[in-house]
Design a protein around this ligand. Structure first.
Ligand code: PLP
Length: 451
């Protein structure tokens, strides 16, 4: 049991004392030196140590405040230190953080039921991350594709995956195999065999590459890392029909665009059909690591105990938090907020696009927004950081905004004011590199700002 004083401290919504250290101290510098010396150099980071957050704001160790329009890359959908999330974490951390998937826990079943209600799918498997959900889904597709007369171990006839150009699905071997960006895949070759990439939203290319050897078509309903590109209705419908016709699975990766981000529970719900497998992660447990594979009864019927598993996935603490997250989205009517704030954001960005001619295109669904520039985006990200605004840039030229679902009207206005200053100042340093600007994925309409 926690003591009364520790309960009070950890259960409240104020930042922990250690995080309030006034701070550009030698200690902060030492942390940067440690990071530089001891971490694997997988990220290029600015020399700032982030310390804590509150709502839509993040603070660094010097006390500087940032408006968070990156949201931990679509993870912090409730912002930071949401009182209900903090309360559940404290309550459950004092009960059971981990128990083992060899036993039932109190929250896994109810969370699976809630996700089934949100999605219209039947069965759930919990993972620790998005990439693990992708790999699990690829295993399921191979399993379902294997005919009864094909013995385990023999190469199955139905083994190919069709993924999309400009896709990003994660960093494990399965996920990089279906990720088109070469810099994420080629250094690690050979990757999982049997993957072919289809031109984005190109129905004819999909039809040409589809046949009875395909076990799954895998797509992001809205491409995130690729620069906010929604799959078209025509492409989705054809992919659904072809998958059904050939006995293949349609897998929707909604790890970034799902769970409310586009203003619907899931982005595919704007279409009239469902995928066979839906993958989610990022915001699911409000910042704690949790992902999930959702699927149909038909797929689930091919799975038996021992075929797949995980030590950590779906533990009691993360599942309790995820249940709370979904209830908060409902209780606080956040889907409506996402739609309203998303519309204000698009309207404001359209005005900025009229003023700054280096804005090529605005692509948006709900609170998933990409602003494509004709110049490199990095100087804009740096300028934003200086001015107390967190954003990022994907594919070198697209500024990406993924604000929390709780963002207010006033904060959207604050963002637009800051962004205007950023655009005016950073454009002086921005340039088109010698290599030139890469072309947008084929089939993407220009100026396709969506609701
Ligand atoms: N799929 C999509 C669409 C993503 O955006 C990401 C991460 O950015 C992943 C998969 C991988 O998720 P994770 O980083 O949790 O492994």
């Amino acid at each position: 049991m926690m003591s009364a004083s520790s309960k009070k401290r950890s259960g409240g919504t104020r930042p922990l004392k250690a995080n309030r250290r006034p701070a550009s101290t030698p200690k902060a510098d030492a942390r940067l030196l440690d990071a530089e010396k001891f971490l694997l150099p997988t990220y290029k980071r600015p020399a700032v140590v982030m310390s804590h957050g509150r709502g839509a704001y993040v603070y660094d160790s010097t006390g500087k405040k940032y408006l968070d329009f990156l949201g931990g890359i679509a993870v912090n959908a409730l912002g930071h230190a949401h009182p209900r999330i903090v309360k559940v974490i404290c309550r459950e951390a004092a009960r059971a953080i981990h128990l083992s998937n060899l036993y039932h826990n109190e929250f896994q079943g109810p969370l699976a039921r809630k996700l089934a209600e949100w999605s219209g799918l039947d069965r759930v498997f919990f993972t620790n991350s998005g990439t693990e959900a992708i790999d699990g889904a690829m295993k399921l597709a191979r399993l379902v594709g294997r005919a009864a007369e094909e013995p385990p171990g023999a190469p199955a006839k139905k083994y190919r995956f069709l993924a999309l150009e400009n896709s990003f699905h994660g960093r494990t071997f399965g996920a990089i195999s279906v990720t088109s960006t070469e810099k994420y895949r080629l250094p690690f070759a050979p990757v999982v065999p049997g993957v072919e990439f289809v031109r984005f939203n190109d129905v004819a290319d999909l039809e040409a590459k589809m046949d009875g050897t395909v076990c799954a078509i895998l797509l992001e309903t809205v491409q995130g890392e690729g620069g906010i590109y929604p799959v078209s209705e025509a492409f989705w419908n054809r992919a659904r029909a072809l998958a059904t016709q050939h006995g293949s699975l349609l897998i929707a990766d909604e790890i970034q665009c799902g769970l409310g981000r586009t203003g619907r529970n899931f982005a595919y719900q704007k279409f009239s059909s469902k995928p066979d497998i839906l993958l989610i992660a990022k915001p699911l447990a409000a910042g704690l690591p949790l992902g999930a594979i959702l699927t149909t009864e038909a797929v689930a019927s091919r799975v038996s105990p021992g075929m797949h598993g995980t030590t950590f996935g779906g533990g009691p603490l993360v599942c309790a938090v995820a249940l709370e997250f979904l209830e908060i989205v409902e209780d606080e009517k956040l889907l409506e907020n996402i739609r309203l704030r998303g519309a204000e954001l698009r309207e404001g960005l359209a005005k900025l696009a009229a003023r700054f001619d280096f804005i090529r295109e605005i692509r948006a669904e709900g609170l998933m927004v990409g602003v494509e520039l004709s110049v490199e985006g990095a100087p804009f990200v740096n300028e934003a950081l200086q001015r107390g605004l967190l954003i990022n840039c994907t594919h070198d030229f697209t500024l990406r905004f993924l604000p929390p679902f709780i963002i207010t009207r006033a904060q959207v206005r604050e963002f637009l004011r800051l962004l205007e200053l950023v655009l005016a100042n950073a454009s002086k340093q921005a340039s088109v590199p010698d290599s030139g600007k890469p072309e947008a994925p084929q089939g993407v309409a220009q100026a396709a700002a969506r609701g």
